[in-house]
Design a protein around this ligand. Structure first.
Ligand SMILES: C[S@@+](CC[C@H](N)C(=O)[O-])C[C@H]1O[C@@H](n2cnc3c(N)ncnc32)[C@H](O)[C@@H]1O
Length: 196
């Protein structure tokens, strides 16, 4: 059986239609964020899955790039978005895709940090440091579960405290007003600012 660090693991789930994390739309909290950030900017959505958020970032004036390493997810995202916006979705590995350093003002993610094996968490934060410009913002929805066998992997405050400081300042941490039923009260909206 394939491992969650292997695209095949995720691809099998998309082709089987076993994607319980899929919201089927855009998180309501993201709409609020977009009204608060009317300046736009360059945004990356890693582990984008079916990529619903690409369209709303684009409509809000952002230069959006999304990325997933599961071909079936990318195919579905491109089909959902249509031929123009579909080109914004790249097939690639977040840890290896050849983006130029400091390519982004924002990284938005949902259910990606909890989906990667814990052994990759330090590399995830290092990659965010590389890809965000100084004072750039990592924002999104982080699921804090206590599952023994991931994904999603167990994730809690102490894990955040282990990996994000000193490179990132936690500038916002909120409960989600309209929780996704699968995640309930265990999903947090967070904003981390990359320290210069
Ligand atoms: C739990 S799903 C979340 C998908 C989407 N963000 C959502 O909220 O519906 C995790 C996603 O991360 C992708 N993924 C995992 N590791 C990745 C990596 N190293 N590079 C790119 N995508 C990755 C998987 O293919 C999967 O689509």
């Amino acid at each position: 059986m394939s491992h969650p660090s292997d695209p095949q693991f995720w691809n099998d789930r998309y082709t089987a239609g076993t994607t319980p994390w899929d919201l089927g739309g855009v998180p309501p909290r993201l709409a609020q964020f977009l009204t608060e950030h009317r300046t736009g900017g360059r945004v990356l959505i890693p582990g984008c899955g079916t990529g619903y958020e690409v369209a709303v970032f684009h409509q809000a004036g952002f230069d959006v790039t999304a990325l997933d390493f599961a071909p079936a997810a990318v195919a579905r995202a491109r089909a959902n978005l249509g031929p123009d916006l579909g080109t914004r979705v790249l097939l690639g590995d977040f840890f290896q895709h050849p983006f130029a350093p400091q390519s982004f003002d924002f990284v938005y993610e949902r259910t990606f940090f909890c989906a990667i094996p814990p052994s990759l968490r330090a590399a995830y934060v290092q990659r965010m440091i590389e890809l965000l410009r100084p004072a750039g913002v990592l924002v999104g929805l982080f699921y804090h579960g206590d599952e023994r066998d991931g994904p999603p992997y167990q994730l809690n405050e102490s894990d955040h405290a282990t990996f994000f400081p000193p490179h990132f300042a936690l500038t916002l941490d909120e409960a989600v007003a309209q929780p996704f039923p699968l995640f309930g009260a265990n999903e947090r909206w967070r904003e981390y600012r990359r320290r210069p």
